[in-house]
Design a protein around this ligand. Sequence first.
Ligand SMILES: Nc1ncnc2c1ncn2[C@@H]1O[C@H](COP(=O)(O)OP(=O)(O)OP(=O)(O)O)[C@@H](O)[C@H]1O
Ligand SMILES: N[C@@H](CCO)C(=O)O
Length: 326
Amino acid sequence: MAVYTDVTDEELHAFVAQYDIGSVLAFKGIAEGVENSNFLLHTEAGYFILTLYEKRVNPAELPYFIGLMEHLAAAGISCPTPLANLDSETLGTLAGKPAAICTFLNGMSVRRAKAVHCQGLGNAMAEMHLAGADFTMHRKNALTVDGWRPLFDLSQDRADEVCHGLAAEIERELTVLEERWPRDLPVGEIHADLFTDNVFFLGEELSGIIDFYFACTDAFAYDVAICLNAWCFEADDSFNVTKARALLKGYSSVRPFTAAEFEALPLLARGSALRFLLTRLYDWLSVPEGALVTPKDPMEYLKKLRFHRHVTSARDYGLALGDVVA
Ligand SMILES: Nc1ncnc2c1ncn2[C@@H]1O[C@H](COP(=O)(O)OP(=O)(O)OP(=O)(O)O)[C@@H](O)[C@H]1O
Ligand SMILES: N[C@@H](CCO)C(=O)O
């Protein structure tokens, strides 16, 4: 469950009174999510999401996340828009935590994405990348190649409890990726956690993107690689090239890939698989006794990583050089 902080009626009313959204009609905690406390807020002006930022979000980075959502929303991207209060501030304090109220987005995440959803995702991701081009703030990606080894150090000794030989396999992979990681690809603001639970659809139409709290300044194609992993594998771990082709076509019809991005895609997909393997491995080994959270399966990402290791070209993902590269 993701309500870590209790908010009293008095605190809530005083907080909402700082905004021009009328008085509170209803307020309830949202169970989904694990990072922050989220509440559905109904006021005389409509529905909103109230978020209290919990300990894994660095308060110093909130202006970047809030600013990026504001910027993208103003550019026409369907993402939560932070509301400014009567003092023109988008970030306040509630129950001792940094807090913001954002617009509510209609739609639902899909349990089983179809190719048409992947195509819509590709379109929207490319539009988001283009819309971020004139955003002036930047944030280093803490979870790219330079951050993986320190993260691995935290789990290395116990990695083989999850799978025999895992520590050695990760060590070999890290060595390869540190050596070959591409550093000269087109960069900009990326979402970096565009999993199915963060994308809403109304039927087959994409209606919104949420949860920008891993967003950072990094290679656009790395965001694409994250999505290949999160959207294009089936429950039996097989890769669905039809979905991948739809995702890549959807993306490149808005923002064509460069030749360097085409070349780098298999390596970026390996790196992205390793990134989620490492964070999941850490979380798996760190679940406190009796905790209610179910950690996500690190092995899913080991299997994805092994798949990409055998990919020799982005053609294997259904991307045709002649078709899409500018
Ligand atoms: N702007 C929004 N409009 C509608 N629903 C939203 C919005 N923001 C969040 N939600 C709802 O709240 C849930 C949790 O939000 P979110 O994924 O941002 O939380 P989190 O704790 O940061 O998540 P995570 O654990 O995925 O990092 C979402 O699954 C969605 O149901
Ligand atoms: N999307 C991440 C968790 C939240 O960042 C994962 O599936 O491992």
